[in-house]
Design a protein around this ligand. Sequence first.
Ligand code: HH2
Length: 412
Amino acid sequence: MPRARPIVADRPEDLLLAFRRLGLPPSAREYLLEKLPHAQLLLTGLAKEEGHFLQSLHATATAPGLEEYPAWIPGDAKARPGTGLLTGRKEQFDRLLATARLESPPLTALAATVERALEAGKASGALELGGRTFAWGTRTYVMGVVNVTPDSFSDGGRFFDAEAAIAHGVALAEAGADLLDVGGESTRPGSQPVDAEEEVARVLPVIQGLRARTSVPLSVDTTKAAVAREVLKAGAHLINDITGFRSDPDLPRVVAEAGAACCLMHIQGTPATMQQSPRYDDVVDEVLAFLEDALARAEAAGVPRGRILLDPGIGFGKTVDHNLFLLRRLGELRVLGLPLLVGTSRKGFLGKLTGGKPATERLAATLGSVAAMAALGGADVVRVHDVVEARDALVVADAIRQGMEGGLLYGR
Ligand code: HH2
């Protein structure tokens, strides 16, 4: 009896694996990759000239099957100007890139954008942080949360005392956290800001204590240059800004001058108001535009690209559906070519999905989200409160994922 099964063929690696299963030689595999469907790209924010260019290439086809360039399906000119879908085979995309590169700047920039989207995959390269290497693409790393606040949404007050916070951080490091994120200001929905002096008083002794007692790299969750300056002097390695360098214009320079790394997160609104009525036209597109802008601020101040992580900001000005959509589409955020850090731990959307469970009962839901992200190849670092459990979930999810990436050839 013949059998048929769909292979997961939205990625060239899946097709290549199937070609190897068929025993095809490398030359045949390469040839077929050119001929088979290669990519579907959703384009937004196009200038008129760019749309016309794609349309004109599409119109050069003389007969079905002989199209030299990718098909161009423009969006509705009135309702969705500057949008469209580009779909085709590898050889067609190659020809499009070659033709666009011969044109003048707006079209050469379009070529670069399309090329970046075609190459989007897992972040590669490595980040050195406090003597440890984060080799992106090899596994999902774990950031353990240390909240030195009286009011954090899930553990406010538990580690408000510096000694308790340090002991908690040491325990998370021993449990296998790859780095710790220390925060002195809650950003839960409805929270109010804390002044810099108070934030330094909360966080600095904890950074000093952790530096003395563990070698784990340290991140500080702050939006303020005055706080960053102090903690970086005390030996912190990374600044995690939940406003993507939008709150304090001095912060990018402070990070650059210290040679520190940073995580830039997307947020819509401010913590005080963000959950009142989050709205997006296209949530992935808007998060991408925000993160591109944050990245430009960081690079303009002198932070090297290789020391930047990006974060879609789960729960920060987003409904349950926005959060789920973003988690499903993390792959699309990879067009920026940088590692992604994602925090779902104990968050409100997990409570809603599990029938209203409080933050203290969201561990299993958190692990579900973390494992799903890892299995989809979506996150490079997950930010969690429960490190031991998250590591176990990730070891399994990463092993499944890596198997998919071609370790075995259908069982041999
Ligand atoms: N989430 C929280 C705080 N900081 N930073 C990044 N980069 N990504 C996140 O998803 C993120 C973050 C919220 O969690 P928590 O620290 O536990 O709560 P609170 O803000 O109430 O202290």
